[in-house]
Design a protein around this ligand. Structure first.
Ligand SMILES: [Mg+2]
Length: 179
């Protein structure tokens, strides 16, 4: 079975929307998540920098966290019939601990690689993905991976603007490409 190394934030779930929601609540702002173009959110959420790590590590982040789109769960389960799906994600220790519990509960899935890091550098090259497929919204994870097939996921943003390879903007497109 071919392996898929599937990203979590910005791929399975709409992390940008949730972080902007937490920012608006904390700072009493009305930032719009659809306008976020910078990886660190500072274009729409100028006061966020000292809080962003705590937002990602908070219990609130995982409360009512939305799947990326209407087709996510259906296509995710279809992919599992054809591929070995490994969710592969980076975060701080508290973030990935809570994330694995969310994945188990909401996706009924326990095949997960958690990379706990104390920085925000996107790089999953420590994982041998040879022969497999990586799906990720951040171009650095794609550029540094040794996967056979690399697919950028999501809308064009600053963090994937240099990617010119395979790309899907939503889960329906991913279904068409892989199933
Ligand atoms: Mg991501």
């Amino acid at each position: 079975m071919k392996k898929i190394f599937l990203d979590f934030d910005g791929t399975i779930v709409n992390s940008v929307k949730k972080i902007v929601q937490l920012y608006n609540e904390r700072f009493q702002k009305q930032a719009e998540w659809t306008k976020v173009n910078k990886w660190n959110f500072t274009d729409q959420c100028p006061e966020i920098e000292s809080s962003i790590k705590s937002f990602f590590a908070s219990d609130e982040f995982y409360e009512d966290l939305e799947l990326y789109d209407f087709n996510t769960l259906r296509v995710f389960n279809l992919l599992k019939n054809k591929y070995e799906v490994i969710i592969c994600t980076i975060g701080c220790v508290d973030n990935v601990a809570k994330k694995s519990q969310w994945i188990k509960k909401n996706l009924k899935h326990e095949n997960i690689i958690l990379l706990a890091k104390d920085n925000n550098i996107m790089d999953k090259s420590i994982i041998d993905m040879s022969g497999g497929i990586i799906i990720d919204d951040h171009e650095n994870n794609l550029f540094t991976s040794n996967a056979d097939i690399k697919i950028n996921f999501g809308l064009k943003r600053e963090w994937n603007q240099n990617w010119s390879g395979l790309a899907c903007s939503n889960w329906q497109e991913l279904e068409s490409l892989l199933l």
